[in-house]
Design a protein. Structure first.
Lengths: 134, 134
DNA sequence: ATGACTGCAAAGACTTTGCATCTTT
DNA sequence: AAAGATGCAAAGTCTTTGCAGTCAT
């Protein structure tokens, strides 16, 4: 039997903060961002709720960038660009083939494919300018 | 000026082990695998060399799966399937559009795109059988 | 000999967890 | 009141690093 979930001010705040940004934040960023409004917030609570949200499927992990896990409240199919310089994670609206590609892999290998990620790596425009100046 | 690189038995062994497997191992796996032949090998050396290889571009990180970074000596363009159950990382030969897609993102956003990863997530056939039995 | 490479163990960095306390229902 | 949620700090994991000794050139 599953454990019930109760309302919690902080949980709501964490999810809202995640929905209001497109920066694909880390747990630490959420903690720092919410701290002023919720002074008794603890990092552990942020982590616990992120884990819960992920299990519920309301958020998704974009992966670990430079040692920090990045989260995304946008669970619709889209891609990402990761800047190897400033570690920004930027949304790239649907460049991939969508569901068809998953079906193709599923049929060829006999795997149950639930999801796929397309991620680009390189240097963002801002960081490219910086490099040029040096 | 870059630092010179000298020959090292262990370095060679680490790279060989990585080239001989398609399991996308972790540092720990390489360490355990090479330990019998190189009894005085240390985990630190494995990590140091993996970092070196990655900088040299002779290997690539497939990302962090279940808290462990996974490495791949195959730097040619291909995709991966990650089993969320047993954490296996399995090669999926080229399903994506290749270089064109990178050019497209590069032009649209003004980013310098160096690489892209396409990763599928789900349950592998072996783990699906296990689940059925239960 | 010189500078690179390594073992070892300590230090780091991020995340998880136990327990007493506070909240929600 | 009962059970979930949180703060705090300790514990866990994976990875990095300093230092002294070893090896390649």
């Amino acid at each position: 039997m599953e454990r019930a979930t109760r309302y919690s001010r902080k949980r709501e705040a964490i999810l809202s903060a995640l929905k209001e940004t497109d920066s694909h934040p880390t747990a630490e960023w959420l903690y720092q961002t919410l701290k002023p409004e919720h002074q008794d917030l603890s990092l552990g609570t942020v982590y616990r709720n992120l884990t819960l949200f992920r299990e519920q499927g309301v958020i998704r992990s974009v992966g670990v960038v430079d040692g920090h896990e990045r989260f995304d409240a946008n669970t619709e199919n889209h891609s990402h660009f990761v800047c190897r310089d400033c570690h920004a994670v930027i949304d790239i609206p649907k460049v991939s083939a969508g569901g068809e590609i998953e079906r193709s892999v599923s049929e060829q290998y006999g795997f149950s494919v639930e999801h796929h990620d397309l991620t680009f790596y390189g240097t963002c425009s801002q960081c490219m300018q910086k490099e040029t100046k040096v």
